[in-house]
Design a protein around this ligand. Structure first.
Ligand code: DLZ
Length: 202
């Protein structure tokens, strides 16, 4: 069924060659946990391997932009050092008379930085202006990080006016605890689509 809201029908993207970073805030943990479940479910459904999903947390949403920047930089550093080690291992393998085994790549996954990163946070409006300042700062910070680093960054920041809005957007709302749609699933799918497209837009 076509719905008014949501990302619309998309073709299925193969995530089996992707490496995805997830960084989440811990404030409003019950909602965060459900969103994480939805995100991981969509990543796995698209074929992303468990070992290629790296999860990291920070206390609150305000910390997300800095943490994303650091996480991506760490994956780049890891990729370049494993490329050097892999090349050395290949060289050693090719000159060794003792080895009859073909040399194996050191690790296909560590040799690439993240193809996409998902930033997840849940901001719930209180009685002060705190919510507005954090929502604005984090939104701008995340946009800046993705453009400055040229890495797709999925915006998993919910900005809510009530707890129930959050529960509904994590698919755990209402009296049954099952109402609503888990937005984490959309974020996982978006990460795979952008990760695949990043490797070739045309
Ligand atoms: C302080 C605070 C408040 C009041 N509310 C939230 C929230 O609803 N969601 C969230 O992710 N974080 C909240 N925080 C914490 C800030 O994001 C941040 O962790 C602290 O101000 C420390 O920098």
């Amino acid at each position: 069924m076509t719905t008014l809201k949501g990302p619309g029908e998309a073709k299925t993207y193969d995530g089996s060659g992707l490496r995805i970073g997830i960084i989440h805030a811990r404030w409003n943990t019950k909602i965060i946990d459900a969103l994480l479940d939805g995100t991981k479910k969509a990543l796995k459904a698209a074929g992303v391997k468990d070992e290629n999903i790296v999860l990291q947390s920070v206390p609150g949403s305000y910390e997300l932009p800095y943490a994303v920047k650091q996480l991506y930089a760490a994956s780049q550093a890891q990729a370049s050092s494993s490329t050097v080690i892999g090349a050395a291992a290949d060289l050693l393998g090719s000159v060794s008379d003792l080895s009859t085994e073909p040399s194996k790549p050191i690790s296909s996954t560590l040799s690439t930085p993240f193809d996409a990163i998902i930033a997840i946070g849940v901001l719930i409006k209180g009685e002060t202006m705190h919510f507005e300042y954090i929502a604005d700062a984090v939104s701008h910070g995340l946009m800046r990080v993705q453009l400055d680093n040229n890495v797709p960054l999925i915006f998993g920041l919910l900005t809510l006016l009530s707890d129930e809005q959050g529960l509904q957007r994590a698919g755990i709302g209402g009296a049954s605890g099952k109402e609503g749609h888990n937005h984490g699933e959309d974020w996982g799918s978006a990460a795979v689509e952008l990760g695949v497209k990043r490797k070739g837009w045309v």
